[in-house]
Each structure stands twice: as C-alpha cells, then as structure tokens.
Design a protein around this ligand. Structure first.
Ligand code: PEP
Ligand code: MN
Length: 337
C-alpha cells in the first residue's frame, strides 16, 4: 500500500502517519519527491481500512499497489531513481558505460584494459574476482588480490568499480574495493544473499536470471529494497530461449517494460547476452536506442589470451568505435554520454 501525502504537507503530518503505521507493526519506506512525500507500507496491509488514513491530516490518497513488487514499482516512486556510485550517476541524463574484462587476471591486464576503456569514455570498470563458473575445473577468480588490482586501476584512471559477489561471506571483504556489487544471473534468486545486500549501503547491480520473468526479477530487487538499500540497478543480460546460435537471447523489450513498471535504473549486458564479439556492437546500439540507462560490456586488452569469455570480449579499438557510435545515438533518445 502507498500513502501519497498532499503537496508540501508539513513534516509533522508525515511523521504522524509514519508513527501510526509503525505502531501497528508495518514497515514504512519513505520516498521524498520534488512535490509529494510518498510512504510505502509493507506488511499485512489487508488489515488496514484505507479510510482511516485518508482522513488523517495531510494525506492526499491511499493506493493499494496491485503488483506483487512494491518498493520497486512506479506506484511507490513515480520519478526515476538515480543511483550514485563514486560520483557517477546511473539513471540520470547521461547513459553510463561500464566496461572491463570478464575476470581480473593480473596487474598488467587490468591496468591496460582500464586505461583503454577510460580513454574511450567508460565511467565504471568491471572485473570479476569471484567467478560463477559452469565447470568447477575452470578458473574461479583471484579473490581479494584481484579486487585490490581493480581498485588500484579504478583509482588510477578515475573509474568507479563493479564486481560480482557470490555469497554473504564475501560482502564485507569486498566493500573497501568495490563501488557497485554485482549479483550475477545465477544468484538472482539467492534470497539470503539479496537480503544481506539489503543491509549494506552500497549500490547493487542485479542481473536478470537466465530464466526469470520480469516479475520475478523485480521481486528479487524487492529483497534488497525492503532491507533499506534503495540503490539497485537492474541489468538485462539475455535469457535462455530455444535459439542456440547465440549464447542467450537479449530481451530488448525488458528495457521499456522495466522503465514503465519500475523507477529503478535499467542497463543491459550485450556481451553475456549474445556471447560473440561480432554481435556485441549492434546489440549495444540497440540497447541504448531502446532507452537503457547504460551498458555493461566485456573488453579485454588481448582477448585471445583471456582466461574467461575471450570470444565475447571486445578489442579496445572496437570499444572506441562503439563509444563513437553511441555518441551519435544518445542525442536521438534525449540523453548524453
Ligand atoms: C559476469 O558479468 O561476469 C557474469 C558472470 O554474468 P552473468 O551473471 O550475467 O552470467
Ligand atoms: Mn563473462
């Protein structure tokens, strides 16, 4: 349930409504917009008679949220959310490009790739230190030593950093090095992990599960938001379909659909969606044309030697070309880069 307060109502009126709700055992999530304060009420709201609150001083209307996801919905927050990570705004006017290798391999690799993507205009450096590999015999990531390299390269080239967290025990150790914690497709419904990420105050990049519906994805985000961490960025990364030519199928329609249903920033990852470098650039252009707030792209300074996902990693020169193309597309959709 959502309680919309009257335009510019007094703080006292808002506090009075919040106090009444909390005394009845409900969780209240407050969203202060430019005009209205909106209160998201979570709990067994069926027991509430909306008229009781409609009659309270300063209340404009009481709306039952029909969607199962609440805090991520546009009903709770009409304006788009902007997530801030080390001075980078995700969901604002400019689209944000996050780029870097699939996995951190060594100092030379991460620094050289970071240098090239930063020069081309990327704002966030990606690189996995804990890798969810399909095979237990494949490289599993460098762990904290890798994160130290990621942070150092980010600092050197003025890039924020994003890296995947696979389990609760890794969260604490990642915080000093990472500006955005990524939840991978395979963990989208790891509800204990999501709840733990709701307790920290750092942006979370929540990838869509490879067979998750949009509703399941938004409900997953709800686990983080309901803990009080409102800085969630959604990332479409391709879903499993009957098509075998590409690694996954990019669900481009998810971008305008999410934009309608949710205030959360939505970006997309063409690299894991298509799985081959020769198709990454057209998909990236389509993602931005469809209205996404950004991209997550695998780039490697020497993809032939990449330990992981080399065939889908762009060469730095391709990444430069892509950024030039995006500079032509963004004004057409009312954005900057
Ligand atoms: C990744 O981005 O490194 C990754 C493993 O992606 P996904 O979870 O989408 O497969
Ligand atoms: Mn990868």
């Amino acid at each position: 349930m959502v309680i919309v307060m009257e335009k510019h109502t007094s703080e006292g009126n808002v506090e009075h409504v919040v106090a009444e709700l909390t005394s009845r055992g409900f969780d209240v999530h407050r969203s202060t917009g430019s005009d209205h304060t909106v209160l998201g009420v979570v709990g067994h709201v069926d027991t509430i008679d909306p008229r009781e609150f409609e009659l309270m001083e300063g209340v404009q209307e009481v709306v039952r949220v029909s969607e199962p996801y609440k805090l991520s919905s546009r009903t709770f927050r009409r304006e788009k959310s902007v997530v801030k990570a080390r001075g980078v705004d995700i969901g604002g006017h400019d689209v944000v490009v996050m780029a870097g290798p699939c996995t951190i391999e060594n100092e030379a690799q991460v620094f050289e790739t970071a240098r090239r993507v930063a020069k081309a205009g990327a704002r966030v450096l990606r690189g996995g230190a804990y890798k969810p590999r399909t095979s237990p015999y494949a490289f599993q990531g460098m762990g904290v030593e890798g994160l130290k390299l990621l942070r150092a390269a980010g600092d050197e080239f003025n890039l924020a950093t994003v890296s995947e967290v696979m389990e609760i025990s890794q969260i604490e150790g990642m915080l000093p090095y990472v500006d955005i914690l990524q939840v991978g497709a395979r963990n989208m419904q790891n509800f204990n992990l999501l709840s733990a990420l709701g307790q920290i105050r750092k942006p979370i990049l929540l990838k869509r599960g490879m067979s998750a519906t949009i509703q399941e994805w938004l409900l997953a985000s709800e686990y983080i938001l309901s803990g009080g961490n409102y800085d969630v960025i959604l990332c479409e990364r391709g879903i499993r379909t009957f098509e075998t030519y590409t690694r996954n199928t990019l669900d481009i329609s998810a971008i305008p659909v999410i934009d309608k249903l949710s205030h959360l920033p939505i970006i997309a990852d063409p690299s894991h969606a298509v799985g081959r470098r020769d198709k990454v650039m057209p998909l990236a252009r389509a993602i931005i044309a469809a209205g996404a707030d950004g991209l997550l792209i695998e780039v490697h300074h020497d993809p032939e030697k990449a330990v992981c996902d080399g065939p889908q990693s762009l060469y730095p020169d391709q990444f430069i070309r892509l950024m030039d193309e995006l500079r032509i597309i963004v004004p057409a959709v009312g954005r900057g880069l």
